[in-house]
Write a protein that binds this ligand. Structure first.
Ligand code: HEM
Length: 117
């Protein structure tokens, strides 16, 4: 198994963790639940996911330098990190939190495949 393959799998595992955890956290505030255990679990899982995305992303970045698509992905990563505060404070209604989270993810995925320079 090559180093690149390991980074790619780490990257996508991180993505799965962040979006699954955010889905649970969004459902929690949408329902008006005060479940502290779920809030903590979501914070830990999404935090580990963000870390995996970051480490693997910067593991692969040197191959490409700093094209626009990687800069945008870093901005998406920062925004995704800030989303947990928006979610936990219910800064938007449930569907709004859901939409912003998915749009951020889609922008990162589009950047990875379209790769504007
Ligand atoms: C610090 C932020 C990030 C950096 C530096 C980064 C960097 C990279 C790089 C260099 C690749 C190309 C991998 C290759 O050579 O095959 C890649 C691919 C990819 N990234 Fe990111 N990324 C970041 C954040 C994200 C985020 C937040 C998401 C999704 C929410 C994401 C989703 C993807 C996907 C789907 C691919 C294509 C699959 C793959 O090749 O692994 N990335 N990323």
């Amino acid at each position: 198994m090559s180093k690149l393959m390991i980074y790619q799998m780490m990257h996508l595992l991180g993505v799965l963790l962040v979006f699954t955890a955010y889905g649970a956290l969004i459902a929690r505030v949408w329902m008006g639940s005060t479940a502290a255990g779920l809030r903590k679990f979501g914070a830990i899982v999404s935090g580990v996911g963000l870390l995996l995305i970051l480490v693997s992303g910067f593991g692969m970045q040197p191959v490409y330098g700093w094209p626009l698509w990687i800069l945008v992905k870093v901005a998406v990563w920062l925004s995704l990190g800030a989303m947990i505060v928006m979610i936990n404070r219910k800064a938007l209604p449930g569907p709004g939190l859901f939409a912003v989270t998915i749009i951020l993810g889609f922008v990162a995925v589009a950047m990875a495949y379209v790769r504007p320079s």
